[in-house]
Structure formats: structure tokens, C-alpha cells
Design a protein around this ligand. Sequence first.
Ligand SMILES: [Fe+2]
Length: 264
Amino acid sequence: MRFSQMPANKRIVVSYALCPDMLGSGFGTAHHDAFLHLKDAVNDAIAHAENVHVTCPRGTDYTGQPQLKLTPGSDTSIRRFPMSVPTPIPAHSFSGRVAMPGFLTGTGSQYYTPYSVEFQGEVYALFEHGRLTGFEGDPESVAVANRHYDHVATSLGIDRDFVHSWHAGIHPGCGFPGTARDSYERWGGSGFGNPRVLHFHTCGSYAPGEISWNVIDPTVTVDGVKLWDNGRLRIDNLKESNALMDMFPCAAQVFANPDDRIGL
Ligand SMILES: [Fe+2]
């Protein structure tokens, strides 16, 4: 219901802690303010960067100059708990390729059938300045990807090749119990908060789009400094981190003991 119409003048809070175990873990118990501050610090680092380069072990490789305008309207007005992602970075100033982790799935915006497709072989999405230019890799899997985009775009009447924006998880306590394959709908509603996952909003000229690309264990290099390194958020590379971790030992604990379960 995160993207549903909500009544005005109500305080809406969306919980990404999907079960009592997640609520009771470091994900639900580290101080919320720590991750609000952390989100601002990450946003700030990216907004001021000249160059961001993203890679992953599977072969993701894209780059660009972020055009992140941090205005109050640039993010969702609904309050989120826990805060697990920074503001999406517009994709129109980025180009390159993204390695799929063996599937495509939805974004939680609308629920269509099939909600996900799986690949037998490697698939890379190629994009230029925020437009999908094609898929590359195992021919059968590439055909599956193309058919899925055709189907979702046609049935919803949306811009098929629009690549809207991307962001990566900032909450190392965000461990996903179970496997993504058991329910991609459930996985896509929470798993993205782990720093081991970076996702794109694609298909449709709006956030969050209707199809997500998920990059596993991303390395995000911001002006030559690794802000995520192989799926770890390097808070030591943020100038605010010492003060933040001193103020919130509960958050420091979560960073010292990251939960690596991402359901894959
Ligand atoms: Fe997102």
C-alpha cells in the first residue's frame, strides 16, 4: 500500500520491518534518528559529487555525474521506518550496464502477472542517459527480458524504456528472512534496505517505475572514494560518521555486525 492514495492530514508511517524478528533485530531497534542522519550524509556526499562509478562482481559498470536536487519535494512524503535508503538518484545523467541477479521483479508500485521473471543465463541491461537501449547476454534470457518489458509496458500503458533513478541500501541490520524466490513481492518490499543491494526504478517515467533492476554487492565510488565497497556501506568514508556513531552506539553495533541475509 506504500504507493496507494492516502487520506490527507494524516501521519502515514510505512514499516519495512515485515515480521516480529525483523522488528526485534538491529533493523528495528537501532535508533531511527541515526539512519535519518545517515541518509542525509549519504545524500549530501552524492549531491556534491562530480562523478559516481558503480560496479559489481557480476559485471555491472555504469557511471555519471549525479544531478541530485535535495528539495523537500524530491522524496516521498510518507514516513518510513526503518529508514533504509537515501534519496533516489536520477538516472538521466548515467550510462552503462547493469548485471541482473538472475531475475527481474516489480517495484511495489503496481502488482501485475507475472510479477517476476527468472533467467537461465546472464543478462545485462544497457542504458544511456536514462534510457534502456537493450539487453545483452544469454539469448534466451535476453528474449525473456524483452518480452517482460513489452508485456508490462503495453499492459500498463507506460514508457517501456524509461530508466528513472537508482539507490542502494544503507541499513546493515536489514536482514531478509527466507528467500526472494518464495515471494518476490515480499522481498521487493524490504530487502532493498541492505547495503548489499542497489536497485533501479525502470519502466515508466516515474519513481519507482514498475520493474526494478537489482545489483548485488555493489561498489559505488564517489569522486574516487568507495562509499559502498562490495556490498558494505563504508561509513568511515563519510565525514559525519565518527560523530554519528558516537551519538548512536546502537547503530555502530549494527555496522560492526552487518546482517548479510538478502534472500538470494
Ligand atoms: Fe527505490
